[in-house]
Ligand binder design. Structure first.
Ligand code: FES
Length: 97
């Protein structure tokens, strides 16, 4: 099973699990205001390692990601990417704007 490291916590999840589910199933707090429907950007995460082990980004994800706070080139929406191998991600701190 792929290893997913979220902030500093390491968990193992079945291949095909989304990062959002990996976090929630392991009691890691990750915002998901739209309930994982690619309709917000609160589940924004930054991929530190293993981008190649995530499912490809859809156009919908790309559009929605544009409104994420603190967007980086390594940003993804946690509810939209499925894990197929080891990855390491960071949940960005939420800044008030
Ligand atoms: S939870 Fe809303 S886009 Fe992921």
């Amino acid at each position: 099973m792929p290893k997913v490291t979220i902030n500093d916590k390491e968990v193992e999840v079945p291949a095909g699990t989304t990062i959002l589910d990996a976090a929630l199933d392991n009691e890691i707090k990750l915002d998901h205001n739209c309930g994982g429907n690619c309709a917000c950007s609160t589940c924004h995460v930054i991929v530190l390692e293993g981008m190649e082990n995530l499912s490809e980004m859809s156009e919908d994800e790309e559009d929605m990601l544009d409104s994420a706070v603190g967007l980086t080139l390594e940003s993804r929406l946690a509810c939209q990417c499925k894990v197929s191998g080891p990855i390491k991600i960071k949940i960005p701190e939420k800044k008030k704007i």
